[in-house]
Design a protein. Sequence first.
Length: 329
Amino acid sequence: MPEHVLALAPTGAVRIAYEDATRFPAGDDVLAALCFGARAPDDDPRWTRVGLRPLDGAARAEVWRARGPVTRGTHGVVRFARDEALTFGVIELDEAAVGGIEAAAEQAYAAMLDVVRHGEHPHVLRIWNYFDAINQGTGDDERYRHFCVGRARGLGTARFPSFPAATAIGRVDGDPRLQVYWLAAREPGVALENPRQVSAFRYPRQYGPVSPSFSRAMLADARTLLISGTASVVGHESHHVGDVLAQLHETLRNLDSILAAARAHGGVTATQFGAHSALKVYLRHAEHTEAVCQALREQLPRGVDFIVIEGDICRHDLLIEIDGAHGAA
Ligand code: 3EB
């Protein structure tokens, strides 16, 4: 199994790998294990099951390993694991218990802020958000837009000092919990934008009352690129509506453009993704799996590790989204 060595901080480093999700690698060095589709053991707070079905084979877990000793704990509703330089935190909130997705997002983000502000790792670099039925509701009543309103309210003026990189994907398993997990660090990162895209936090009003609070990517320790969910958006508009392969191609151009921005910043040296890149591909329709996997094998540089999972994209006209990380060689 390839391993992606990400030098994430002067005092430490983290490695990401997609591993067999049924083997439950305990290991004292595990910071977090995100288990897509498969069951996660409930006796270890570092494991989180995300109910997104794997489409390209056996269930795999995205495992984040630290270099140094890891300590774990809980703080209110937050579970966390940390080493010297990094903290991985998780909140899972039942929407029904708090009054819906907007309230759940507000409370989750407020709780996250409360924990990170009082800890030694106050800089949130990267956040993942998963919740049910993301496209349900029309216009400003769409659940994704309510999520954006609640997220912004929970964040208040917090920018860490920039917005973290992020992913927001819809599950289709009917699980009523909002799942939010994040990577926070002792040192701030450098937020990057994509010159091909309008910054999400500057999206015009047509996409909702509150623009999405995230940066396109985060350069951690000036060497490691944490890439937000990226889709077939050019400027601020969705492109290639109805054509998944054209959307994939546009998405790969956006990813290359983000990598170029990181290179221009001196953060990475690679001119393309490769053996130190790990990508997660979210597909709205399972029936697109075969065509997309074939196109990925043809179009991605050799050595890139990727998994394909089922997930709804936050705009109903988008069929595919990709997030991931690229580490220093
Ligand atoms: C886009 O480019 C696609 O709301 O946190 C991608 C990544 C998207 C993160 C979020 C939304 C989010 O606008 C959607």
